[in-house]
Design a protein around this ligand. Structure first.
Ligand code: 13P
Ligand code: SF4
Length: 319
């Protein structure tokens, strides 16, 4: 609409004026994704967002995503100003892993390497030996297993179980889950596959075991996008936040995208296939934070330094 175009133009002008760059996740509003790409920013998975923010020359980063993404950007570049359209955008994995409880869990198993998912607070990262994202978790856990290490894994139990099954590593799992991916259903997916026998099934590994088992490709958001762009199939069933389809449609316009089934309906399932916290990101929020400096991420410097070690380790590993 005209109003959206006006907001987008205003946000683009402010990004330029403030020498800021927009770093967006695939799950945010399509206008924000487009704005990021049209203004020299990026739309990416959480690993690529972290790397892009660290390496970009701009002194101001606007991170459109959820809190841990802004925090990681700040931890990696404490000298930069990191703004978010809405600071209340959290994540059920982060909420489900309180730092004190997690520290007690680690203290009880001092012989284990502590591996945490990116979707955690700075305090949890500060306690970890390694941070991983869904795009590199398998490779890093394989590496640790080859070294004979035993592992503490937090917080996502589905991703942890998947990595454990794939690698055979000795892993103690924290009992967290993503409220969005936890809703995808195996039985319904099986029926959908029967209706679309040639469709390729793409699943984010935060999904339950029954869903992951039916996947042709299990991977991070960027890996799922690449599977659509490079795949030879014409139909794709997608088990992740449905806003990723915005970018999939742009990069693979001829292909048919089908949302993987959830048991709920709009009334009973508030988080079916779209993350309520990612949904808090809007054009107006980008404008507000650039105009007023609201939504600035602060990480206590000593804590940030401690948390940075496990992120650097991951980034060095994937380099
Ligand atoms: P990716 O690292 O695959 O982008 O995942 C982040 C996330 O929050 C998935 O729900
Ligand atoms: Fe967290 Fe799930 Fe939302 Fe990703 S989709 S930010 S894991 S709640």
């Amino acid at each position: 609409s005209d109003q959206r175009q006006a907001l987008k133009a205003r946000a683009a002008a402010l990004l330029k004026e403030r020498n800021a760059v927009l770093v967006a996740h695939y799950y945010v509003d399509g206008d924000l994704q487009d704005l990021a790409l049209e203004t020299g920013g990026i739309v990416a998975d959480s690993l690529e967002m972290a790397r892009f923010g660290r390496d970009h020359a701009s002194q101001t980063l606007v991170v459109a995503g959820v809190r841990f993404m802004g925090e990681s950007a700040k931890i990696l570049s404490p000298g930069k100003t990191v703004l978010m359209p809405d600071l209340d955008a959290t994540c059920s994995l982060d909420l489900g892993c309180p730092p004190d409880d997690f520290a007690a869990f680690c203290d009880a198993h001092p012989d284990r390497q502590v591996v945490v998912y990116a979707n955690t607070s700075a305090a949890v990262k500060a306690r970890a030996d390694w941070m991983v994202t869904s795009s590199c978790a398998l490779a890093i856990v394989r590496h640790l297993k080859d070294q004979g290490q035993k592992i503490i894994w937090a917080p996502d139990r589905h991703l942890g179980r998947y990595i454990q099954q794939e690698t055979g590593a000795d892993m103690l799992l924290w009992n967290g889950a993503c409220i969005v991916h936890d809703e995808f259903k195996g039985t319904e997916l099986e029926l959908l596959k029967e209706e679309h026998p040639h469709a390729m099934v793409l699943v984010h590994p935060e999904s339950p075991e029954a869903v992951v088992k039916l996947a042709d490709v299990v991977g991070s958001t960027s890996q799922m996008l690449n599977a659509v762009v490079n795949g030879t199939a014409t139909e794709y069933i997608v088990a992740t936040d449905n806003l990723i389809m915005h970018r999939m449609r742009q990069l693979a316009p001829g292909k048919t995208l089908i949302e993987a089934p959830t048991a709920g309906n709009a009334a009973s399932c508030k988080s079916c296939a779209h993350c309520p916290w990612m949904a808090m990101n809007a054009l107006q929020g980008v404008i507000d934070c650039l105009e007023s400096g609201s939504g600035e991420i602060h990480v206590e410097p000593d804590l940030g330094l401690e948390a940075k070690r496990c992120i650097d380790r991951m980034l060095d590993f994937v380099a």
